[in-house]
Design a protein around this ligand. Sequence first.
Ligand code: GAL
Length: 842
Amino acid sequence: MMGWKIAMCNAFLVVMLVLLSSWVSWGEASVSYDHKAISVNGQRRILISGSIHYPRSTPEMWPDLIQKAKEGGLDVIQTYVFWNGHEPEPGKYYFEGRYDLVKFIKLVHQAGLYVNLRIGPYACAEWNFGGFPVWLKYVPGISFRTNNGPFKAAMQKFTTKIVNMMKAERLYETQGGPIILSQIENEYGPMEYELGAPGRAYSEWAAKMAVDLGTGVPWIMCKQDDAPDPIINTCNGFYCDYFSPNKAYKPKMWTEAWTGWFTQFGGPVPYRPAEDLAFSVARFIQKGGSFINYYMYHGGTNFGRTAGGPFIATSYDYDAPLDEYGLLRQPKWGHLKDLHRAIKLCEPALVSGDPTVMSLGNYQEAHVFKSRSGSCAAFLANYNQHSFAKVSFWNMHYNLPPWSISILPDCKNTVYNTARIGAQSAQMKMTPVSKGFAWQSYNEELMSYEDNSFTMVGLREQINTTRDNTDYLWYTTDVKIDPREGFLRGGKWPVLTVFSAGHALHVFINGQLSGTAYGSLESPKVTFSKSVNLRAGVNKISLLSIAVGLPNVGPHFETWNAGVLGPVSLSGLNEGKRDLTWQKWTYKVGLKGESLSLHSLSGSSSVEWVEGSYIAQRQPLTWYKTTFNAPSGNEPLALDMDTMSKGQVWINGQSIGRYWNEYKASGNCGACNYAGWFNEKKCLSNCGKASQRWYHVPRSWLRPTGNLLVVLEEWGGNPYGISLVKREVASVCADIYEWQPTLVNWQLQASGKVNKPLRPKAHLSCAAGQKISSIKFASFGTPQGSCGNFQEGSCHAFHSYDVFERYCIGQQSCTVPVTPEIFGGDPCPSVMKKLSVEAICS
Ligand code: GAL
């Protein structure tokens, strides 16, 4: 009897729970999840998301970036929250300008998109100190990202502050706002593994702390296999199809699908072919994935001193679908847009349940999704990196290019193949708009003994001394040379050896630059060892140590040192080697020009500048200034710094960032095939050239006339080579196979309006305000190469050019069907042909 009652009770409870959960997911505003997907307002969704980090662009750029993300088929914008930008001093908060988080989220909402807010507050992100404020390091007893009281207190305080702010602005989905997900911590799994028990205790604490904040929407933890329930653990990587969440009732989510990779000074510029990115996404979706976020969708710029690393470049372009400047990166943007449309056509079947997998060959598979209401979607995959596959699926034949997936939203017709790009590609150019600036110069004083200098015995760690308020720290010492030294009488010069923990070092002997040494992201330590020119009597050795961004990742990176920690020695003297490490050293934090704010509108007139033929060229530690008028138009702008070496640049007091053109990219920039596993070293460009030549100048930082441009050159450069350039489309290309499937054609056929196979069309479109002025290349046949360097193959239709000249010249955009007839007949029957065309935009 008793048992029966309990059973009844249990049954009642179950019914209540089911009702409750259905109420939770059917209610007006709700975000829930099950093993299949995130549900928004009771509806399971396949969500396509993209990262746009708000401080990496300007508020004036935000609406356009968000709009282009929406047009590209995104449902969600993902961003970290950048603690060090928001709390520059303990308890002093900043949410203005590029750090106006609420404004950013509201703009996303206005565009009708959702937000995935990665509060962290650890971000990583190649951002200075991983997003931690530097003052946090000096909280007594602190140890970052582990089971440490002071750290947890600070983290909880900031996280709560952000959550409360979002609630107060009613930004959570359950309040009618756009935020559907939040993230706590970031990729803590590997760290927890290193730290063991305290790591485990910390992640459990972080999870509970987050959940207790009651945001009403799910929390995620990325790369955290043991994420405590109900937090969803998610995957980050170049591919994530192999991933499964740690509980069967959690959905399979990919929070960082890397669209490319970051650039470091001294490294080449990585890129990821659109075909492989699309393949990885289709692969994830076909394996039951329901949330994918492109990291980055718009990478943007590390303005000021926000770049981390060290050695992360100022550009955070990332080869993202929207380039650093906010322009479409084609064909990547368009190819992904087409992918998203194809995936969305499959959505009803995709969210209905798990796929049935069928083998179609050794390296070929079909993943089939069916819904109860009868919709069916199939993904046909060819994992072979080298060859095409002819497969048959449900009595139909399909030709699959190597390393590709075809999408069939009706289980019959292909609307998209990841290796067949229908979207146009574009070549960009940087056109000078003003050059030959009238410069003035000011020579930075070499370390002078001023009020704010101090002397002590031995060598000091740099960050503890500068608190990262500046990149620069002077170390100066005196060295007495006896007139009887052998080297003064024709012997070999003594050798100065300096060991520094990083990151770069200029060595001055008696006021003359004697040499420069620097590390790299992989090995930031610096060793300087060079013969130096000393004289009898007292010599001044001044070491200018430079930090190039604080580390953002690694176990307890907050404890990593920078600066000259020694030993410092002089060898080749009569006495042999003299150790200078434990001498008296005089320190000065920052440069004189920095303390005078020479970069700012008000500070720039506080010194006397020289002009005309007196201006310093190829001189280390020189400030340059000039003024210029804003160029007309609305194309994005950049500074070409190719003739400069290393330093920083400001416009109207706003920092454009660090430049380092002298650091050339070393690496192997060979050809790169989209097919095969991708990693960040596979496809590289710019080898032998500056890792970064152009530096983004946001239009909104300019006024019509009299803009102040200030450059601090550390090493020596020619300012007359600096120019302001605009970024624009140089040419557009289409590269399309005959019979290549397109979604538009499928829709026409599905609507019953047409009942024969349709040819694809080539669409070419220059930027608004431009026109197609000439056809650089056109060939229907077997052309080779890619946009910018197409060549004719053995088969070529003679009228290839004529057609485009007729349809396109003088137009902003044009469309040409890829049919043999239009090109004057089939130039090589029974050969698979394609059309390649490049049109110049001007
Ligand atoms: C991830 C990290 C991101 C970013 C990325 C590399 O591991 O979560 O913040 O650093 O690597 O760009």
